[in-house]
Design a protein around this ligand. Structure first.
Ligand code: ME8
Length: 520
């Protein structure tokens, strides 16, 4: 999804990935947020006829998982099977439209990791050496003294252990200059810009080689190195390769088409592996770089870091049950700016649902359909005698369409939603200004009432079309209420005024977004 993309010139394809979530925790607000962004962007492109491939899955090897399995009294495989299945069933219940759910224990992935390791080893970019260093088990990586804060891992706030052992190393340092050059040649390789700047700042220090093995004496839960069976692969060298595995398995032609349009979505916590380890690994394997690494911020809950110990973990299925999936999607996408941190508060969510979904969009649907029912038994009337206010309404929706395209391509999903809701707001004001409920008292004015309602049905159709990637279920219900065929929300679709033939019957309203009453 190049940002230079504009309406009408979308790329013919896009490959979208979430991180592969560790199976040491169940799905939560954070993992849900990234996959919801990906799902929205995948739906957006699909709706415009762009071929999309959307990947998610689970990261299952390494110390962290082996320890979580031991704590749960299970074998690592049985444990990974169980939690991976929980991710899959949660995402399915959330209606997410990924094309493959990959597991790092999948046979095709293991085969491709081993093939790439062998290739990089044969090319001389992996060597054997002894190394002593400060190792954080939480991060599964060695830290330099400089990276520690008060002698502790900045993420886990625990003191790393000194570990000395023989291991295999990837000559990552060799690729430092090439990586810097790539970041300069392609400024949008890592975006938004603040994260590109962070990566460039990391690269001002000499880039050390990367330890990519763990001796089996310490860890057996991993992919065995193809050139030394006494070692397993470091979990990041294994997991990152999933992005290639998934499209290689589609055959040479689709791989060649999809890999160059790879768009990874992650949060800032895993910037270094994705912006430094991964591109240098790709260079060593002789593969092109991804198109964009899209980095979003971190969610807190009521101002606190989300954690099991604080008991403030927000679960997507609880939110779905309490408010409906679309409402949860809407609020996460509307209340965050891509790249910046955001804070989740349930009261703010309720306020948003009531204001934007129940009042604004919900009212527009119910007022329009109930008048259509009351005055014309649901039958659409011809549009006649257009007035300036009718043209203004159409122009607002046309402009919203252009803005949605631009904002989604620039990852500004909240701004895209704002544009749609501004248009819906205009439609509500159009009802007040044109006052069809007053005009309808005069039989001679009924043709004008028919025209106004026809315009409002168009407003509903276009709102559903534009909002479909964000709140898909509700937009399908609107389409259904309008009695339009299954493909009616695809873009570009018919021009304004041409979607409803006179005599077409629409349904009576239902409440799409009930108001949420909060205890006084
Ligand atoms: O890092 N706010 O997996 P992980 C926003 N297995 N996003 C959040 C979040 C929060 N509070 N918490 C988590 C791993 N995320 C590796 C990835 S990829 C080859 C391997 C989301 O389960 C966000 O996408 O710790 C973040 O980058 C990811 O979960 C980390 O997931």
């Amino acid at each position: 999804m190049p940002s230079e993309t504009r309406a009408g010139t979308e790329p013919a394809r896009i490959y979208i990935t979430t991180p592969l979530y560790y199976v040491n925790a169940e799905p939560h607000l954070g993992s849900a947020y990234t996959i919801l962004i990906c799902d929205t962007i995948a739906r957006f492109h699909r709706q415009r006829g762009v071929e999309t491939f959307f990947l998610t899955g689970t990261d299952e090897h390494g110390d962290k998982i082996a320890q979580a399995a031991a704590a749960a009294n299970e074998t690592p495989k049985a444990y990974a099977d169980r939690i991976s299945a929980a991710f899959r069933s949660t995402w399915e219940a959330c209606g997410l439209t990924y094309d493959r759910f990959i597991r790092t224990t999948d046979a095709d992935h293991v085969r491709i990791v081993r093939a790439i390791l062998q290739q990089v080893y044969d090319a001389g970019d992996i060597y054997f050496s002894s190394y002593g260093g400060l190792y954080c088990t939480g991060c599964e990586r060695f830290y330099t003294e400089k990276e520690l804060v008060d002698g502790k891992c900045p993420d886990h706030r625990t003191a790393p252990e000194w570990i000395e052992e023989e291991n295999y190393f990837f000559r990552m340092g060799k690729y430092q200059e090439r990586l810097i050059a790539a970041l300069h040649a392609r400024p949008e390789l890592v975006r938004p810009e603040r994260y590109r700047n962070e990566v460039l700042a990391m690269l001002r220090e000499p880039l050390e080689d990367l330890c990519i093995s763990r001796p089996k004496a310490r860890l057996t839960w991993g992919i065995e190195l193809p050139f030394d069976d006494r070692f397993v692969t470091y979990v990041w060298f294994d997991a990152l390769i999933n992005y290639v595995t998934a499209v290689r398995e589609l055959g040479a032609e689709r791989y060649a088409q999809l890999w160059p349009v790879a768009n990874h979505f992650i949060a800032k916590d895993i910037l270094k592996p994705h912006a430094v380890f991964w591109p240098t690994m790709l260079m060593a394997a002789g593969l092109p770089l991804y198109q964009h690494l899209n980095v979003h911020g971190y969610w807190t809950v009521n101002g606190d870091k989300m954690s099991k110990s604080l008991g403030n973990v927000v679960r997507p299925l609880d939110m779905k049950e309490r408010y409906g999936m679309d409402a949860f999607r809407y609020v996460l996408l509307r209340e965050s700016v891509f790249g910046l941190d955001a804070d989740f508060r349930e009261e703010a969510l309720v306020t948003r649902i009531n204001a934007d979904l129940a009042n604004n969009l919900g009212n527009l649907v119910s007022r329009t359909l109930s008048m259509q029912q009351r005055y014309f038994a649901g039958a659409v009337q011809p549009r006649s005698d257009p007035r300036p206010e009718d043209d203004a309404l159409r122009a607002t929706f046309e402009a919203a369409g252009v803005e949605v395209d631009e904002q989604v391509c620039a990852l500004m999903l909240a701004r895209a939603l704002e544009a749609i809701w501004r248009a819906a707001d205009h439609a509500n004001k159009y009802i007040v200004e044109t006052a069809p409920f007053t005009l309808a008292k005069d039989a001679a004015a009924l043709p004008r009432v028919g025209t106004i309602l026809h315009n409002l049905l168009e407003a509903l159709r276009v709102t559903a079309q534009l909002a479909a990637p964000f709140i898909p279920e509700s937009c399908e219900r609107i389409r259904d209420l309008l009695n339009l065929p299954a493909d009616a929300l695809a873009l570009p679709g018919p021009a304004w005024g041409e979607a409803f033939a006179p005599g077409h019957v629409v349904q009576a309203p239902v409440s799409l977004f009930p108001r949420i009453e909060t205890p006084a």
